[in-house]
Design a protein around this ligand. Structure first.
Ligand code: GTP
Length: 949
């Protein structure tokens, strides 16, 4: 199912998304925006078209496609002939291919070769997305273009830039011709009526009746084009030759264009083409309006034997008769597919990119390349891998398989995948953002994160701000920590709000970013004036700068003796933060978080910086979108999510999706615990009503209804599961997969990481998490931190049976003794790879657990009873421990084991069957062993796994 998006394909082809969109739209494809997905067949067509039209390219014309085009050229002549259909003449003589003729070429060929096969494959695929989408309206394009112009405020790094880029993009795209009139003369590959700008109006109708995905204008006359279809060189037209008559205008600019390609599609090529060509060249009818659709695939189809020739039936018959076509297509593919590993499967050219989701199965991949899954299973098997059709494959396996088949298989990132999921519900966040009209945007409070070195006063500062500013509010101040809060300040005679993320430190900031949540507008970098710039100060500013976040420096602890604020300013210039007083553009404010001085100045500096450098804006009049900042499970209230609204307004009752959780907003609270009915941009609120607890950094969107919300959440959950499955599979070799599954025991190695700096701890953690030994053993980092190993760490290790890893740190006083007495292992490293090696070894060691025998009890046989029914019964007395029924036993006589592998088959006290008998009691035991005597000792034991040290 993984599909390329327009912008991705555009990038790949070196043209603008706009151009590509136009090309696609013109060809009748239902693409909505640059983020819309496009089906493989369309991708292929577009690729071929663009390759054939280097003029479309922005950057590198058709360089990379050189090869394909070359091929195209080769075949051109052939096609050209058929194409000439333009000419009424019965015999398409035109030997001379028109420049654009390439695309058509293939189809023209009487004997469709591989390309045909490929095309077919594509065509067979349904095009759900396209069908539902509607083209971007000219209005939105116009709006977005308009937006780009005025930029009242200073440069806005993040979002604005992005938006601007988009606009630029759009504008670029339009460069050819009228902005709305998508079709650029000459450029549009699929356009049937090239050269005639098509009024934007009709576009929306794009959806042709019928469901021929390729017929651009089925059944609808194209304005201006006269019959639009008629003239279309492409399709069957060319083939049938007859079409000619339809052709009003002279030589079709690009008969070969896409249309032809399309024709190559599955069915058409072989039969359609043949038919049209031969039999009914009469295709004459091609004149039919509407028919010649860009992707005339239908033209070819006109199998009705009738004349339908080239342009023929399209209008009337979209894609019916699918079945037989499909069958034929398969037959065709089978004939033309190359052999790989002795199996016939489609083959790429080595550069063909196939995108699959994380955790995609072989079946998914087969669908993408139009192969028979069974054939792929065989190929994989012969490559030494075994997989079923529905089993998730990991990226490596896909890559291997792809390489074998000539495809560059790319596993989609989680973000792309999510985008794709949303697109299935017609939600395209990027496009919406790009299409947002500046007029609808209103200023929103800046979102601020506090960062800095350990102990420089981040928490104290957040407290100071909270107290200074929130206690005065009507609700009586912040009563709870919800992960974010808003304060108000009188700034330039206006009441202004600032939103603070209440989790200090760049780790949280980075974690959120890693999940795609760029919510911070301004970062306050806290530097203690008595300590100066420290390692984490630098880390924090690097993180902020790399995120394009503006920084305000809070020089803290100026109340401390020896504080040297000037030194901080001087130090930070080295890192590109030059104070205004030194001619730079960064605001430095001296504060004392402890004494709560300078706080107002700091807040003003934040607002000043925000206004000047960020100018955050959002449209409050739309369904809300935002990010989950914190989430927890509350016993009485269920999932409690603190969400920050980024745009739109969130209201109680809204159907919401947060990550893989969904639900209706049952109630909302602000940081003071007060009920909130609605929350606008930059407003943090606690939300009740979600079905599950999402992760911090998960984005949320208001869905159109509960059902959609649930479906999106379900799909996300499924994607997550598939990704996890794929990862897990990676770690289990095929040989031991079944065993591992059978045993069902997964062992976990718990680790506590302590390091000299958070950077090194993070690096160590991420490296360790990549260690994969087997699916049976997992590695879990239960705690990490900066600084010496403390008693707390050891206590935690005791509880969770963890190993402590110290990276460039040592245990604090008396901690070593504690660890020794608790049997906690501490390991110290100064090189990351050494730690990784050791952990890897430990994990491997865990693979083969050592079992040890544990004695459970022993009993002495006092008397032997012979019973016909039960065999020999040992009347015994339990000498130690407990004798349990069903446990393993051995028989010892005079210190010699005479029967090592027995089992307590039955156990009785008096006349009752019992499960166990304790020390000192008499009992009757049967062992299923005849040779027992008075005085023999029955020892019972079990095998217990021994933890490795
Ligand atoms: N004298 C003085 N002490 C301060 C000031 N700000 C913070 N402190 C003290 O510095 C210590 C660390 O403050 P925190 O706010 O916990 O520092 P932090 O940066 O949040 O520390 P971590 O959470 O460990 O990263 C505490 O003992 C505070 O009381 C200040 O302005 N003046």
């Amino acid at each position: 199912m993984a599909k390329l998006r327009v912008h991705e394909l555009a990038k790949e082809l070196g043209i603008t998304s706009k151009n590509l969109l136009e090309v696609l739209k013109e060809s009748g494809e239902f693409v909505k925006s640059a983020s819309s997905t496009i089906e493989a067949p369309v991708v292929r067509k577009a690729r071929e078209y663009v390759e054939a039209h280097p003029e479309l390219s922005n950057k590198k014309p058709a360089a990379k496609k050189a090869k394909p085009s070359g091929e195209a050229e080769k075949s051109e002549p052939k096609k050209a002939a058929p194409k000439s259909k333009a000419k009424p003449g019965p015999k398409p003589a035109a030997p001379k291919p028109e420049p654009e003729a390439k695309p058509a070429e293939t189809e023209a060929k009487p004997a469709p070769a591989e390309p045909v096969a490929e095309e077919k494959t594509e065509s067979a695929e349904p095009h759900p997305t396209q069908a539902s989408g509607s083209p971007i309206t000219p209005k939105s394009a116009a709006q977005s273009a308009a937006k780009s112009a005025p930029k009242p405020h200073a440069p806005k790094p993040k979002r604005d830039d992005r938006r601007r880029d988009d606009r630029r993009h759009k504008n670029d795209g339009q460069r050819g011709g009228g902005r709305n009139s998508a079709p650029r003369p000459g450029n549009n590959p699929f356009a049937s009526n090239q050269g005639m700008p098509r009024p934007a109006g009709p576009r929306p109708h794009a959806p042709r009746p019928g469901n021929n995905p390729f017929a651009s204008n089925q059944g609808m006359p194209r304005p201006g084009g006269g019959q639009g279809g008629g003239p279309r060189p492409q399709g069957g037209g060319s083939r049938s030759g007859g079409a000619g008559k339809a052709r009003p205008s002279g030589p079709r600019p690009s008969p070969n264009m896409m249309p032809n390609h399309l024709e190559q599609q599955p069915s058409s090529p072989s039969r359609g083409g043949g038919r049209g060509r031969g039999g009914n060249s009469g295709g004459g009818r091609g004149g039919r309006p509407g028919t010649g659709g860009g992707f005339t695939r239908s033209g070819g189809k006109s199998r009705g034997g009738s004349t339908a020739g080239a342009f023929g039936r399209q209008g009337g018959r979209p894609t019916r008769g699918r079945k037989s076509k499909r069958v034929k297509r398969e037959e065709w593919e089978n004939q033309s597919s190359p052999m790989v590993q002795g199996v016939q499967v489609p083959h790429g050219d080595g550069t063909t990119v196939v995108r699959v989701r994380q955790g995609a199965s072989l079946g998914d991949f087969a669908e993408r390349i139009g192969a028979d899954p069974a054939a792929l299973i065989t190929v994989l098997f012969r490559m030494g891998e075994m997989a079923t059709m529905n089993q998730s494959l990991d990226e490596d396996t896909f890559k291997l398989l792809g390489a074998e088949l000539g495809y560059d298989v790319q596993v989609m990132s989680a973000e792309d995948e999510d985008r794709e999921i949303l697109e299935q519900f017609d939600i395209d966040l990027d496009a919406e953002e790009a299409a947002e009209d500046d007029e609808n945007l209103v200023a929103r409070p800046p979102v601020v994160t506090v960062m800095g070195h350990v102990d420089h006063g981040k928490t104290k500062l957040l407290d100071a701000i909270r107290h200074a500013r929130v206690l005065e509010t009507e609700h009586g101040g912040i009563t709870q920590h919800i992960g974010a809060y808003q304060v108000h300040i009188d700034y330039e005679d206006t009441d202004r709000a600032i939103t603070f993320i209440d989790t200090p430190g760049h780790e949280a900031f980075t974690q959120m970013r890693a999940r795609g949540a760029d919510i911070t507008d301004v970062a306050i970098l806290v530097v203690a004036a008595d300590d100066g710039v420290m390692p984490q100060t630098v880390e924090a500013l690097n993180h902020a700068q790399s995120a394009g976040v503006k920084i305000v420096v809070a020089v803290n602890k100026i109340d401390v003796e020896g504080a040297n604020p000037a030194k901080v300013r001087a130090q930070l210039t080295e890192y590109g933060l030059v104070a205004e007083e030194y001619g730079g553009d960064t605001m430095f404010v001296d504060i004392s978080a402890k004494q709560r001085t300078g706080i107002d100045d700091l807040l003003e500096a934040v607002l000043y910086t925000s206004d000047a450098e960020v100018d955050p804006k959002a449209n409050p009049d739309r369904p809300a979108r935002g990010v989950a900042i914190e989430a927890k499970l509350d016993q009485g209230r269920g999932a409690v999510v603190t969400a920050l609204v980024e745009t739109g307004t969130l209201r109680v009752g809204d159907p919401l999706v947060v990550g893989a959780a969904h639900g209706r907003v049952r109630a909302m609270f602000d940081e003071s615990g007060a009920n909130v009915e609605e929350a606008g941009p930059s407003r943090p609120v606690q939300i009740l009503g979600m079905s599950a607890v999402p992760s911090a950094g998960d984005s949320f969107i208001v869905a159109s209804d509960d059902r959609t919300a649930r479906q999106i959440a379900d799909k996300r959950e499924a994607a997550k599961r598939a990704a996890t499955l794929a990862k897990r599979r990676k770690r289990v070799s095929l040989e031991n997969l079944n065993e591992a599954l059978k045993e069902g025991t997964v062992q976990t190695l718990n680790l506590i990481l302590k390091g000299d700096a958070s950077g090194s701890v993070e690096a160590l953690e991420s490296s360790l998490l990549e260690v994969e030994v087997s699916d049976e053993v997992q590695l879990q980092i239960i705690h990490r931190g900066v600084g010496a190993i403390t008693q707390n760490d050891v206590n935690l290790a005791t509880v969770d049976n963890a190993v402590i890893i110290g990276f460039n740190v040592r245990p604090a006083e008396r901690v070593q003794e504690l660890a020794d007495s608790e049997g906690i292992e501490m390991k110290f490293y100064s090189v990351i790879y050494k730690a990784i090696e050791d952990v890897e070894d430990a994990l491997k060691g865990m693979l083969k657990p050592i079992y040890q025998e544990v004695q459970l009890g022993s009993a002495e046989i006092r008397q032997v009873f012979r019973s016909g029914k039960f065999g020999n019964i040992a009347g015994s007395i339990v000498r130690s421990g407990t004798i349990k029924r069903g446990t393993k036993a051995r028989l010892v006589r005079d210190g010699v084991v005479i029967a090592p592998e027995l089992e307590i088959a039955s156990l009785r006290r008096e006349k009752d069957d019992v499960t166990e008998v304790r020390e000192g009691y008499e009992c009757g035991i049967t062992l299923g062993h005849k040779d027992i005597q008075e005085g023999d000792i029955i020892e019972t034991f079990e095998m217990q796994e021994k933890a490795r040290d």
